[in-house]
Design a protein around this ligand. Structure first.
Ligand SMILES: Cc1cc2nc3c(=O)[nH]c(=O)nc-3n(C[C@H](O)[C@H](O)[C@H](O)COP(=O)(O)O)c2cc1C
Length: 137
């Protein structure tokens, strides 16, 4: 089972989640998809393959009211877990994802891939690759 958990303010990261879900399903995986708001840290920590989505916010940061506190707590429970990260960005160059990736690695996660897209995805190769990697993980 691949579990996708995401936050999206204007729908771009949500569109990525949909593309990743479609790719993972096409590769044969069962997929569940939910918002950070609709789950808990312990529920996510108990999953097998975890894909987390959040756009670049703040100054190259995670969304601060929901995702940052969620991930800060979850990172204590990610050691050895198969984790993928994705999100949309605007005017930056993807620095928020580099920081996020490093935090996941520092937490001991087994990073299966990342995907970033400038604004709205449109049959993104990055999303497809992450969905396929998750299906095989
Ligand atoms: C409050 C706010 C802060 C943002 N900060 C950044 C940023 O630091 N770097 C960047 O590249 N884009 C930034 N963006 C642009 C968003 O990452 C971009 O529009 C993205 O597509 C939004 O994804 P979403 O539709 O899933 O919310 C910011 C947007 C907002 C509204």
């Amino acid at each position: 089972m691949v579990t996708i958990v995401y936050w999206s303010g204007t729908g771009n990261t949500e569109a990525m989640a949909n593309e990743i879900e479609a790719a993972a399903k096409a590769a044969g995986a069962d997929v569940e998809k939910m918002l950070f708001d609709d789950t808990t840290v312990d529920a996510v920590a108990g999953k097998d393959v975890i894909l987390l989505g959040c756009p670049a916010m703040g100054g190259e940061e995670l969304e601060e009211t929901v995702v940052e506190p969620f991930f800060a707590e979850l990172s204590g429970k990610l050691s050895g877990k198969k984790v993928g990260l994705f999100g949309s960005y605007g005017w930056g160059t993807g620095d928020w994802m580099e920081t996020w990736k490093q935090r996941a690695l520092d937490a001991g996660a087994n990073l299966i891939g990342t995907a970033i897209v400038n604004e709205t995805p449109n049959n993104s190769e990055e999303c497809k690759a992450l969905g396929e990697a998750a299906a095989k993980a």
